[in-house]
Design a binder for this molecule. Structure first.
Ligand code: CA
Length: 224
């Protein structure tokens, strides 16, 4: 998962980037609004951390343009302005969350997880849940940057689950949607496919993303 930090204070930006990398994210820094916007629109980031007070092009303008161009790209605003009107302004402008400086890094991490859980990033060809990424155009799935080798059926199940992240998917539902078959009470096919998928998607990684609801079905989401 790539995160872009748009922040003009070098110390803050560097500390943030270092901490994010320690958490397993990859982090880039832009020092002003123009560079930030350019990077955000040309690279594939999963999340933007955006300072409001920036040289050249302030955070509000960056946010407006970003949300117009990439409505699904989550943005967390960093603001020194602890005024209700600014929070409202930020959220109205499409920010997914905001933090008032100074903040604890643990709080930022919690916000990041929360924003990513709420909104699986879904561009037309790219969908992400946590560090699991599906690129439909290239028919490619990766987790934590490693390409996963999926059989066609596994790909289809995962595609469906990622596009319905956070929803409980019953076996009946999966059977109809993914296998185009009526559920006859025999869930072996589905359970076996999920088992194979888990081996590739979840076993080598943390946190686990595919969860079983006993007697009901499955859900793909980040849990903490
Ligand atoms: Ca600033």
């Amino acid at each position: 998962m790539k995160i872009l930090i748009i922040e003009d204070e070098p110390k803050t930006a560097a500390a943030l980037a270092r901490s994010l990398r320690e958490e397993g994210y990859s982090a880039d820094i832009a020092e002003n609004g123009i560079d930030g916007l350019h990077l955000a629109l040309s690279e594939s980031y999963g999340l933007i951390i955006l300072d409001v007070m920036l040289p050249k092009c302030d955070g509000w303008s960056v946010l407006r343009t970003l949300k117009a161009e990439r409505a699904n790209l989550p943005v967390i605003l960093l603001t020194a302005l602890d005024a209700v009107s600014d929070r409202v302004k930020g959220l109205d402008a499409g920010a997914d969350d905001y933090l008032v400086k100074p903040f604890a890094f643990s709080e930022l991490l919690a916000r990041i997880r929360n924003v990513l859980r709420r909104a699986p990033v879904q561009a037309s060809d790219l969908i992400r849940v946590a560090d699991l990424e599906m690129d439909r155009k290239r028919h490619r799935v990766s987790r934590a940057g490693q390409i996963l080798d999926l059989a066609p059926q596994e790909y289809r199940v995962l595609d469906y689950m990622m596009h319905h992240a956070g929803e409980v998917l019953t076996r009946t539902h999966l059977a109809e949607q993914v296998w185009d078959m009526n559920f006859d009470g025999d869930s072996n096919v589905i359970d076996a496919a999920i088992r194979r998928l888990r081996k590739k998607v979840d076993d080598p990684f943390e946190p686990k993303l595919i969860h079983t609801l006993r007697g009901v079905g499955y859900v793909l989401e980040v849990r903490h």
